[in-house]
Design a protein around this ligand. Structure first.
Ligand SMILES: [Zn+2]
Length: 465
């Protein structure tokens, strides 16, 4: 593999396609500060399925600056020896809920009860822990899609980006927007007084409410708009979903739709939604339509090994559905919806357990790795600045013993994690010290999403006001 170096032209590329440039901000300055050189025994590029042996990866200022087999290690660089490991980009869980952890005890895995028994404040702290557990499992990006109390997801994203604590890069939805009741069936007292299990959903039943709800989430820090397409019999029409999409686009945001019926999926596809969350309602016909339109399938395929969270019959349907989606070339993401406690496992260990479903569906390992990385960055709209191990990108990577291209089970044993150029896990041990600060850091590191271009001014008619 030809070495890739942070040269003038590559820097220019990074600046041109980068979010700062898209916002008209100042060009990114070349990195400065100490250099870290990572020696990788094997380096996987999931986008191409290629492997480079004995690669050197240079990191400076939180970014990759050079990558390749014949990159020289600069004198004075700190060297990290991963020659016995396989290095690859960080993993993406395209659907999780970090501020929700329902359990057998005390709530018998009824998440409705979790909302009543645990405050948003407590759940925000749990989310910080879950985020660290995900990062420890190699997940450097998580799409965090609601059911996160009163914007606990956004608070965690802000804290991670500011450098208060370690965690994955989060694509947060804020509150899920749905028709009255959201995903719940609240009693009149709960629904009308909005005091129990609210604000877990943001209710929007009319066009004005849809516009206002999108604007509220954008204002409060959403990075994607999540809607309940068909949680209730009345659901959203194609036209209403299009209104969500148009309004979200003004804030530079895409729309992700929770879908649980075939009719709802059809309406979401007709409207041109960005992603369909959950796959139980999808079938061959709908998969073909999704593939034709390039709509992301965020399937949340619960494995049979997570006892109590699926059934044998449901699992069979899940595996068959994933196979059918793959055969139809639907854009696939790795996604879990793993929002529960499995005794003995961290949240990251629960999330990686989902490779079992992909293995049972017979999806080639290289394709699963692509879903876990390349496609994850794309559905998160991060691919221009984070994910690939290339010069100019944020320095996130993981390392595992063995070869994930030969056996996905290698991903169960993440030994090393680098996040934004800082070592989070080494020798299988989590090290948080470099990430903890007594005040905000990196406050300019994470730009807001690309803003849509303002509409062209309407020409005034002569004599008009
Ligand atoms: Zn979910």
């Amino acid at each position: 593999m030809r070495p890739l170096v942070w040269s003038g032209s590559l820097l220019a590329l990074a600046v041109v396609v980068g979010p700062l440039a898209a916002q008209g901000g100042a060009p990114a300055a070349p990195p400065t500060g100490p250099i870290t050189a990572i020696r990788a025994g094997r380096l996987i590029d999931p986008e191409t399925g290629t492997v480079t042996r004995n690669a050197v990866i240079l990191v400076q200022g939180g970014r990759f600056t050079a990558v390749g087999a014949d990159v020289a290690v600069p004198s004075g660089a700190k060297v990290i020896d991963l020659t016995k490991l396989t290095v690859m980009p960080g993993l993406v869980d395209a659907h999780n809920h970090l501020a929700l952890t329902y359990k057998e005890d005390p709530e018998r895995n009824e998440y409705y009860i979790t909302y009543i028994k645990e405050s948003s404040e407590l759940r925000a702290i749990q989310a910080a822990s879950n985020g660290m557990q995900m990062l420890g499992g190699g997940f450097t990006v998580v799409r965090d899609l609601g059911n996160n109390g009163n914007y606990a997801d956004v608070a965690l994203r802000q804290a991670i980006e500011a450098g208060w604590l370690p965690g994955p890069t989060l694509i947060t939805s804020g509150l899920i927007i749905g028709g009255m009741g959201g995903q719940f069936s609240p009693t009149p007292t709960m629904a009308l007084d909005h005091k129990i299990v609210y604000p877990e959903y943001l209710e929007a039943d009319t066009h004005d409410e849809i516009i206002k709800a999108v604007r509220q989430n954008a204002l409060f820090g959403a990075r994607v708009i999540k809607i309940c397409v068909d949680c209730k019999r009345w659901g959203y029409t194609t036209e209403e979903i299009q209104l969500f999409i148009t309004e979200a686009a003004k804030a530079g945001l895409k729309v992700a739709g929770h879908v649980q019926t075939a009719a709802g999926a059809q309406r979401a596809i007709d409207a041109g939604i960005w992603s369909i969350e959950h796959a139980s309602a999808l079938n061959d016909t709908l998969h073909k339509k999704m593939a034709a339109k390039g709509i992301w399938r965020v399937g949340t395929e619960t494995p049979i090994t997570l006892v109590g969270h699926t059934s044998a019959a449901a699992y069979q349907r899940t595996v068959a559905g994933l196979q059918n989606a793959y055969e139809n070339k639907v854009p696939l993401t790795y996604s879990t919806d793993a929002d529960y406690y499995v005794p003995g496992k961290t949240r990251g260990e629960v999330a990686i357990e989902f490779i079992r479903t992909w293995q049972d569906a017979g999806i080639p390992n290289a394709e699963v790795l692509k879903a876990l990385t390349t496609n994850g960055y794309k559905v998160s709209e991060l691919e221009a600045r984070r994910g690939p191990i290339k010069p100019g990108m944020a320095a996130d990577l993981i390392a595992v013993p063995g070869d994930p291209l030969a056996s996905l089970d290698a991903l169960r044993d993440v030994q090393f994690v680098l996040k934004d150029g800082l070592v989070y896990k080494q020798g299988g041990v989590i090290l948080v010290g470099e990430f903890l600060h007594g005040g905000p850091q990196n406050i300019r590191r994470a730009p807001a999403p690309t803003q849509a271009a303002p509409p062209a001014p309407t020409p005034r008619r002569a004599g008009g006001l």
